[in-house]
Design a protein. Structure first.
Length: 174
């Protein structure tokens, strides 16, 4: 069985939640899994496989993600690895695949690392969990994209069966 590292770049903790869910699925299959924030990632050489999950913040992945990739590109390319992106845009059927999701395409155009295992997941919308500025910005974006705008909205747009499929892809990655 593999020793797998799951690194997350999470703002409000939802990408971490997906990583913890993946950890549970992988451990059911007897893999050893470590989950760590991007800022505290252990030495990648100690793992057989490395996967990174990152959320979208104000329309893009955080700069620290790209800095991490540049610093660890050789290690990421030297072993089975992959990437998933979490966003509210991925709630839409026409934007919930790596090929159709603009944030994933933006990531691939900006990243020197081109992982073969890719996925996008719908995120979590929790207006009460955001500060006033973020709440207003996200409500405006939701209004433009015909999403929920009620300030009491709390909904997960994640397709958990799709997350299960990604766990299987992680196991099969070589």
């Amino acid at each position: 069985m593999s020793h797998i590292l799951l690194i997350h770049s999470s703002v409000h903790g939802y990408t971490q939640k997906i990583c913890e869910y993946l950890k549970g699925k992988l451990e059911e299959q007897h893999h050893q899994v470590t989950v760590a924030p991007l800022s505290d990632a252990p030495n990648l050489d100690a793992f057989d496989k490395v996967f990174i999950g990152a959320s979208i913040r104000h329309g893009k992945h955080r700069p620290a993600l790209y800095q991490f990739i540049e610093s660890h590109q050789q290690q990421l390319e030297g072993k089975p690895s992959g990437f998933f992106s979490v966003s509210l845009v991925a709630r839409k059927p026409a934007k919930n695949t790596p090929q159709t999701n603009s944030y994933m395409q933006q990531f691939l155009s900006q990243s020197p690392w081109q992982p073969k295992v890719l996925q996008v997941f719908g995120g979590n919308l929790d207006y009460q969990g955001y500060g006033a500025m973020d709440r207003n910005i996200i409500r405006f974006i939701m209004w433009i994209t015909k999403g929920p705008t009620d300030p009491n909205t709390k909904v997960e747009f994640t397709d958990w069966a799709k997350v299960d499929e990604f766990a299987q892809q992680m196991i099969e990655a070589s």
